[in-house]
Design a binder for this molecule. Sequence first.
Ligand code: FES
Length: 175
Amino acid sequence: MSDDLQRKIQEAIQNPKNIGEMQNADSVGTVGSPDCGDMLRMWVKFKEDGDGRKVIDRATFQTFGCETAIAVASVATELIAGKTVEEALSMSGTDLAAPLGALPPMKIHCAQLVEGALRSALAPQTPATPAQAPAPLTQAKPAPAKSGSLFESFAAPAPAEQKVKVVLKPPTPSK
Ligand code: FES
């Protein structure tokens, strides 16, 4: 891994963007990596832009993943803001990780974990045909009172109905 990539990942880790559960999300997606067993969940909120298009207002994430996955998710959630579902779905893991630079082959799957969670979150929002009006926004189902870890909720069916308790916090900056 290059020094520049390592530095950008560390910067993203020290100040991760859009981390944590989104209470009023319109959609949520969760995936696990078959390569390493890590997991990532992404919440998405939509809005209508000035041209009347449904676009991603904001996205947040939580993960049991490596530093690269956290860094990619951090930059990806910033990258997709303002994009339509189709535009976001057209982005590969490499596209989503682009602000960090090229990932080494052994870390490609970390970006694919982010891509998978995004696709999972956006899949129900994809219009059947481009000519069709966008699907009405649906509210994410409220989480039940009982909470579980991301691992527990990932293992259980209907992950959108599970509350996530895993919250990554950036390290306290030294003074
Ligand atoms: Fe598992 Fe990076 S090693 S997501």
